[in-house]
Structures are given as structure tokens and as C-alpha cells.
Design a protein around this ligand. Structure first.
Ligand SMILES: [Zn+2]
Ligand SMILES: [Zn+2]
Length: 280
């Protein structure tokens, strides 16, 4: 079993319209690319903030600019196709009821929870960046993992996306003063209470940091805390499906992880990791 659940049907481009990407043809292209990459269980997880309904949850100016599309049209198109229907939903502290209302009424196979913002500031976009002149690395790392802990405990999500996204810029940003394990601790406590499924994502290999999410030390702490793991590429185009999975498989094996979380109807089961070998 090889999963790729954190896959976007379109690029992060405001002009990328649903009519061009949320189509049966595009879903077929994705399914074929997944089969070619050896991914046996493919799901797509579009960004929640691109749907108008997200504005009922939060009205940040970034969301007001990007929330243009109809979530139910997305759900209907994907549910009728050959891949699993998921969503990448931002956690918004204090808006748990509104998030639950948006997520629980729709036929998702799984919901991926992300922390892209702390307060009004963004972790991974240049616009609204948390790394402005007032950005203190200790404060940013501390608040990021505290917010992540709230997201984990909210019970709203099946999978925790790119769990140490705070590192995304790599050497382009300053590191905090203490050992990184210190900052991971609140999230690890929440994982150990909940048995959260943590995403191992190869997307970090395409970013400034050049490293899988989570970092090896964080991964080790997740394993010790009893986490289960999902495997994803965070692809935004077909040629990124299963991106650098050989590295991810080595990483999982090195941490003694032999099973992946598989989701159906928001229920989790574990299946052995492995590339399917074609019969001779
Ligand atoms: Zn994300
Ligand atoms: Zn994503």
C-alpha cells in the first residue's frame, strides 16, 4: 500500500478556475499519474480557503481574496471520480464550531488539518508573513506548535498536514534559540493524548528547507508518542504525485514505521507500507 492523500487538483494560482481543474478528465489524469508512480490509494485535498464557504469560518483578507469557488461542486465532481475526496482545512483557533459545521456535513473520506497562520500572520506565504521585522523566532516557533496542539486536540481532523511547516523557509529564516525538540513538545503531548495521524510529506524536499516534514527528531518523538502516519506529496500537479517517495519510504523504515493510515468515510485503518510488485 502506498497512499498519496494530500494532493491538489490545481496550482496555487488565483486564476486556476474550477472549470479547468475540477473535471472528470483531470481526475482521470491524476488517477493515471498515481498508478504510474506506484501510488495505490490516491485522494485529493483542495484548500478549504479557496471556497466561499470558508468565509463563514474566518474573514482574513487573504481568504477574502482567494475564496471564490463552490465547495459542493468540488465535492460532487470528485466523489463521482476515481480518487478519494478529501480537503485540506485550515485550523482557525476559536472557530471550531464553524469548522465542524463546514466539514462534517460533506462526504469527505478524510480531512487534513493545516496550520498556515498563527494569529493573522502566515507561515508559508510572503504576503502577510510572520517573518516581518517584528518576527521573533522563539515566539514564532512556540506559537506555531501551540496552535498545532490546539488543532490536534480539536478532533476536527483525521491527518495533521506538514507538521513542522514553521521550518519551510529553511536557512532563509532565523532559527529559535533552544533545541527544536523543546518547541515540538506541546504538539507531541497532544499527539500522545489523541493518537493523531501525522503526515509524512515530501513537499518539504521541494521547499527552501529541503527536508521531509516532519524533521527526523520530531518524527522520532511522534513515534514515541504513539502517532500513526499518513504519506503524501502535497502535489499541485500530476508530476508531483508520489514525489521522491523513495526518500520517504527510507525515512519511515528508518523510524521503524511499517504501516500507513488508510482512510475511508473518515475511519482509519492501518495497512502495511510497500510498493506493489507487478506479477511477472
Ligand atoms: Zn498546506
Ligand atoms: Zn497542501
Amino acid at each position: 500500500m502506498l497512499t498519496d492523500y494530500h494532493v491538489h487538483l490545481r496550482p496555487d494560482d488565483i486564476t486556476a478556475k474550477p472549470s479547468a481543474y475540477f473535471t472528470a478528465d483531470n481526475l482521470d489524469r491524476y488517477a493515471k499519474a498515481a498508478a504510474d508512480a506506484g501510488v495505490t490509494d490516491l485522494g485529493v485535498a483542495e484548500h478549504m480557503y479557496r471556497f466561499t464557504e470558508a468565509l463563514n469560518v474566518w474573514s482574513h483578507p487573504f481568504w477574502e481574496e482567494w475564496a471564490l469557488d463552490d465547495i459542493d461542486q468540488y465535492c460532487e465532481t470528485v466523489a463521482a471520480g476515481p480518487v478519494k475526496l478529501g480537503i485540506e482545512a485550515d485550523y482557525v483557533l476559536g472557530a471550531e464550531d464553524k469548522l465542524d459545521n463546514l466539514l462534517s456535513r460533506r462526504p469527505f473520506e478524510y480531512v487534513i488539518g493545516s496550520v498556515h497562520f498563527i494569529g493573522e500572520k502566515s507561515m508559508d506565504t510572503e504576503e502577510y508573513t510572520v517573518w516581518d521585522e517584528r518576527g521573533d523566532p522563539d515566539e514564532i516557533w512556540r506559537r506555531y506548535f501551540e496552535t498545532l496542539a490546539h488543532a490536534i486536540r480539536s478532533g476536527l481532523f483525521d491527518i495533521l498536514a506538514h507538521p513542522d511547516l514553521v521550518k519551510v523557509w529553511g536557512r532563509a529564516q532565523r532559527l529559535p534559540s533552544r533545541e527544536l525538540a523543546f518547541y515540538y513538545e506541546p504538539a507531541i503531548e497532544a499527539i500522545s493524548e489523541t493518537g493523531m495521524t501525522v503526515e509524512v510529506s515530501t513537499a518539504g524536499l521541494r521547499k527552501g528547507v529541503g527536508e521531509i516534514y516532519p524533521a527526523p527528531k520530531f518524527m522520532e518523538m511522534c513515534v514515541d508518542a504513539g502517532a500513526t502516519f499518513a504519506l503524501s506529496s502535497d502535489a499541485h500537479q500530476t508530476d508531483q504525485i508520489g514525489f521522491m517517495y523513495d526518500r520517504a519510504l527510507e525515512f519511515l523504515a528508518a523510524h521503524g514505521v511499517a504501516e500507513l493510515a488508510v482512510f475511508e468515510g473518515r475511519r482509519r485503518r492501518l495497512e502495511p507500507i510497500g510498493r506493489e510488485v507487478e506479477a511477472a
